[in-house]
Design a protein around this ligand. Structure first.
Ligand code: NDP
Length: 328
């Protein structure tokens, strides 16, 4: 039986629970396709699956995203062998040389977009799309806060927000990362490592003439939670979409009243690309901003597939900027 290289976990924990192994080459069933990977996307959510923060049945593969070439097509799948494809919604197990996915969860990849770019940007870019075009449709002239601007999601967000005509306030850890985010077009960047998270809200108040911003997009989680609420104007929207510093727990909802009738949402990408039509529309929007040059992606940092442990260690250690990919 044919086999492929893959990363598996049999227990949850630190990066070292991921082991490189050989697994049988999976066959697509009806409505499924098998993609031979050229590049695999690494996302912060993969670390939550690995650590157990987001539980998955074990043993398990790991990874949600990859780009490559369709090499086997199940009955009624509606794809041709040889087509270029990218996907980011599982099933979990993209850290492998090839993977079987539902045909309607994969997106045809335009020739102009390299596999490496696609694997480094589909999940992150669709996330930015639903955050700033669906949850809160950012308008020209609005001032918004988007945390962690040097990260994978953050770099796409800062540029996309600027192309919409927003004034962008972002945060990053360290002088180098802050300079990078400024270079992407952010109007104001707060070094929350050097200045502390307490510096964020006063700075945002100063920039907005005391009013605060209508919306904060926060993928950092626990460490920036209170600062984010304090950045908002009356009836502002707190969009908490990730846990890079740990999850927000034990909240008394009364705090939303105390801070000015705030709104809060804790979204996940899956709900915004649940249908084929929604997935394709969001992907078209992303591909259009990439093609227009409004969002320019830095070359992703590349790790060999067998070095997934090093990729997770770097991502969780705040040692990375932009996207990370694995190469089979
Ligand atoms: P990033 O490349 O943004 O990496 C995370 C960044 O968060 C780090 O580089 C670091 O930047 C910052 N950070 C702040 N505090 C910590 C900490 N204690 N430990 C580690 N990092 C910290 O990752 P992604 O682009 O893959 O994802 C960004 C966020 O978006 C994640 O929280 C992820 O879960 C979330 N997400 C949510 C989705 C959803 O639909 N809800 C979908 C996709 C992503 P710095 O050093 O500058 O502080």
């Amino acid at each position: 039986m044919a086999e492929i290289d893959a990363i598996r976990i049999t227990e949850t924990g630190g990066p070292a629970v991921m082991t490189a192994t050989r697994v049988p080459l999976p066959e697509p069933g009806p409505g499924e396709i098998r993609i031979r990977h050229a590049a695999i996307g690494v996302n912060f959510i993969d670390t939550y699956h690995r650590s157990g923060l987001y539980p998955v049945p074990l043993p398990s593969g790991i990874g949600l995203e990859a780009a490559g070439t369709v090499e086997a097509v199940g009955e009624g799948a509606g794809w041709e062998v040889g087509e270029r494809a990218v996907y980011c919604s599982g099933p979990i197990g993209s850290y492998a040389e090839a993977h079987v996915v539902k045909a309607d969860r994969a997106v045809r990849l335009p020739e102009a977009i390299a596999f490496e770019t696609a694997a480094g940007s589909l999940l992150k870019g669709l996330t930015v799309q639903y955050l700033i075009r669906q949850i809160h449709r950012v308008e020209a002239g609005e001032t918004v806060v988007f945390h962690a601007g040097a990260g994978g999601v953050g770099q796409i967000a800062v540029q996309w927000l600027k192309s919409l005509g927003a004034t962008v306030i972002s945060t990053a850890g360290g002088a180098e990362k802050c300079a990078l985010v400024r270079g992407l077009g952010a109007d104001h960047v707060i070094d929350y490592r050097a200045e502390g998270v307490e510096a964020i809200a006063p700075k945002v108040r100063e920039i907005t003439g005391g009013e605060g911003v209508p919306v904060v997009f926060d993928g950092v989680g626990r460490d920036t939670f209170m600062a984010s609420l304090d950045c908002l104007r009356t009836r502002g929207l707190f969009v908490t979409f990730g846990n890079a510093s740990g999850p927000i727990t034990g909240v008394d909802l009364g705090i939303l009243a105390a801070k000015g009738s705030l709104f809060v949402t804790r979204p996940t990408l899956a709900s915004y690309v649940a249908t084929r039509e929604a997935l394709q529309a969001a992907a078209d929007d992303l591909f259009a901003v990439l093609a227009s040059g409004a969002v320019r992606l830095a070359e992703p940092t590349v790790f060999p597939l067998a070095e997934a442990v090093a990729a997770h260690t770097a991502l969780e250690g705040r040692a990375t900027t932009g996207s990370l990919i694995l190469k089979p």
